[in-house]
Design a protein around this ligand. Structure first.
Ligand code: UDP
Length: 322
């Protein structure tokens, strides 16, 4: 029997790449997406491929979710609020989408004993100061008066709920904490730094560095990320556990701006924008965010294949082609 996998949020940036990868591996793929931040154009090229189907509906549309879950052996839950900017601006929607969405997916999966892979986020490490971040580290979040932390808290609830379904009902659940993921089809619309910097550099507009640019991140190409997700889905030993998925190549945001400028031969000036103008007054950023990927490497032998320069090239080529 061909395995059929449901991807919630499958028309999004990561979901659409995962769909493609799973179809290439000979699996059947159904996508559920309400197109709130996902785009049909991300999956248009998959329409008509054998084993591919989609439903434009919300994860809280219970009859649709129930039908799709009943037809699937596994569910990858990617449907969630996207990006810090949206989270700061739309707190109610963020919290509701993240918590109610995961709850609906786990309930539906439990009815049919489908395996669930929940995409969580490096945001759950909050203000963690011990770098690199390990899956079992303690986490420190900011106060509830700062919207940003609602995202981390809501994804933590998703993780707790997923692990609780595993413990109480023996439902096979895996948690992947995705660190900054980049690649073709990601737009700068939701604030993500690399598509924004690349677009600004290609148009010779100012490259907008928030704060002093000393904050750092590690960027992972989406092709590496979806390879990790597929492997996690297939590996029985991953069940009931949490895994970091990300690159360990750390770069400060100011250095990133310089790198983008020089690699794309751009005349863009670098412009510093205070955080409270970029986001909201009192906004707190994460200073460093680096994953420890020992756990996933030990289990699956996974580590990223593409480096930052490869990623910048792929993003620039994609933006050019549009
Ligand atoms: N950032 C920036 N300029 C931009 C967009 C983002 O300096 O135009 C910074 C942002 O403040 C953060 C980092 O780049 O420190 C990564 O931001 P992104 O939204 O891509 O991901 P995050 O790590 O915040 O989830």
């Amino acid at each position: 029997m061909v395995e059929r996998i449901l991807i919630t949020g499958g028309a999004g940036f990561i979901g659409s790449h995962l769909a493609e990868q799973l179809l290439d591996s000979g699996k059947e793929v159904a996508i559920l997406d309400n197109l709130s931040t996902g785009r049909f154009e991300n999956i248009a090229h998959l329409v008509g491929r054998p084993g591919f189907s989609f439903a434009i509906a919300s994860i809280t549309d219970t009859p649709v979710l129930d039908r799709l879950a009943s037809e699937s052996q596994a569910i990858v839950h990617l449907a969630a609020a996207v990006g810090v900017k949206l989270v700061v601006e739309q707190p109610v929607q963020t919290i509701e989408t993240n918590i109610m969405g995961a709850e609906a997916v786990l309930k539906a999966a439990a009815r049919y004993r489908a395996k669930v892979l929940i995409a969580s986020t490096s945001e759950v490490y909050g203000k963690g100061v011990r770098v690199p971040f390990r899956e079992d580290d303690n986490v420190v979040l900011g106060p509830t008066s700062r919207n940003r932390w609602a995202y981390a808290a809501s994804k933590m609830v998703d993780e707790f709920l997923g692990l609780a379904y595993f413990q109480k009902y023996d439902l096979p659940v895996v948690i992947a904490r995705l660190f900054n993921t980049v690649g073709p089809r990601q737009t700068g619309r939701y604030g993500m730094v690399i598509p924004r910097f690349v677009g600004q550099a290609l148009r010779n507009e100012p490259i907008t560095v928030y704060g002093d640019g000393s904050q750092s991140r590690c960027f992972c190409d989406v092709s590496d990320t979806v390879r990790a997700l597929e492997a996690l889905l297939e590996q029985k030993e991953a069940v009931g556990r949490v895994f970091n998925v990300g690159s360990t190549e750390e770069i400060s945001i100011l250095e990133l701006a310089r790198r983008v400028k020089s690699r794309l031969n751009s005349d863009s000036p670098i412009q510093f924008i205070p955080y409270d103008q970029a986001y909201a007054p009192g906004f707190e950023d994460m200073q460093r965010r680096v994953p420890d990927i020992t756990r996933i490497h030990a289990l699956l032998g996974w580590r990223p294949r593409l480096n930052l320069d490869d990623i910048l090239q792929r993003v620039a080529d994609w933006q050019h082609s549009r």
